[in-house]
Ligand binder design. Structure first.
Ligand code: NDP
Length: 288
């Protein structure tokens, strides 16, 4: 009997603007190939005003799921059929999953971070300082609280965003939280176990931008994490490494949120080393 061809591939992707420099497609498709899955992950440029049509299109074309990035993480919610627990708490979705006929919004950004942290330290009982109060800070702080962090300090320039996040953490996640207005170089408290840059400072092309913290406060025993995926070896990451801190870079978080999305869509636990290697090719110019 001849070979039975199947030209229909399962579809996933990312909706965002900008999207062209987002390396997720290469990372996820490397894992599809490694695991022998006939699936595709498409980087789709979707403007804010076209989101409703894009989600309708994804439904019509039977997408198994898709990531949402800037500017869609909040706006997508009204087009979905339901939300997972942390996406509901955060009010933001970065990963949509088709379950039966329904599109359900999940958030894997913070979960990916917590998974990276667990390789170094148990989040339970930690004293955490988070720089920034945007989407990444919101996702990380909620998941850290759900994972048992003892205390969370939000350090941010804009009072409105900082206080909104603190209210969410206090009222809905019931964690001990305070807001610190970020002016000048922030002094890292000696009680801190984990310091996280969740701002966009250091993101390409502003690769030499400095996160305003007093670097003499970087010390062995402190875990320092930076969400910036491109380039992962930020100024903060370099300073923290040379001060003897344990360091998590933005590549680890990107891989781990991808691992979770991959599992949600396909049911398969992907090999993270394949995804790390794919990102290393992209960011560090290793040969293909
Ligand atoms: P948002 O725009 O929602 O938030 C940005 C935050 O950064 C705000 O709190 C803003 O402060 C702060 N900020 C920006 N510039 C400065 C500055 N010069 N000084 C002080 N604070 C500053 O962005 P997101 O939270 O969605 O994304 C933040 C970063 O996280 C991005 O670089 C993104 O690439 C990265 N990210 C990485 C992921 C990964 O998997 N590695 C996943 C998700 C995001 P203010 O409120 O005062 O304006």
């Amino acid at each position: 009997m001849g070979k039975i061809w199947n030209f229909k591939q399962e579809l996933t992707g990312a909706f965002g603007l900008p999207i062209a420099e987002n390396p997720t497609q290469y990372m996820i498709e490397s894992a599809f190939k490694h695991h022998g899955l006939e699936w595709r992950y498409l980087s789709l440029e979707v403007a804010a005003g076209d989101l409703a049509d894009a989600v309708k299109g994804a439904r019509a074309m039977g997408f198994r799921g898709f990531n949402c990035t800037i500017p869609h993480k909040v706006a997508v919610i009204e087009h979905l059929d339901g939300l997972g627990e942390s996406a509901e708490l955060m009010g933001a979705v970065n990963c949509v999953v088709r379950r039966g006929d329904q599109l359900i919004g999940e958030n894997t950004d913070g979960k990916g971070f917590v998974q990276s942290l667990r390789a170094l330290r148990d989040p339970e009982g930690t004293d955490v300082v988070i720089m920034g109060a945007g989407g990444a800070a919101r996702a990380i702080s909620v998941e850290m609280a759900l994972a048992g962090a003892k205390r969370i300090t939000i350090v941010n320039r804009s009072e409105a965003r900082g206080k909104t996040l603190v209210s969410l953490l206090r009222d809905r996640v019931k964690v001990d939280t305070q807001w610190v207005h970020w002016e000048g170089d922030f002094e890292i408290p000696v009680t801190a176990d984990v310091l996280i840059n969740a701002t966009s400072i250091g993101l390409f092309p502003d690769v030499d931008a400095r996160v305003p913290v007093k670097e003499e406060g970087l010390r062995a025993g402190l875990v320092v994490a930076d969400v910036i995926p491109n380039p992962p070896n930020t100024r903060l990451v370099r300073a923290a490494r040379s001060a003897g801190c344990q360091v998590i870079d933005g590549k680890g978080m990107l891989v781990n949120q991808g691992v979770l999305g991959f599992k949600y869509w396909t049911g398969v636990d992907p090999d993270p080393s394949v995804m790390h290697a794919a990102l290393a090719e992209v960011f560090e110019g290793a040969s293909r």
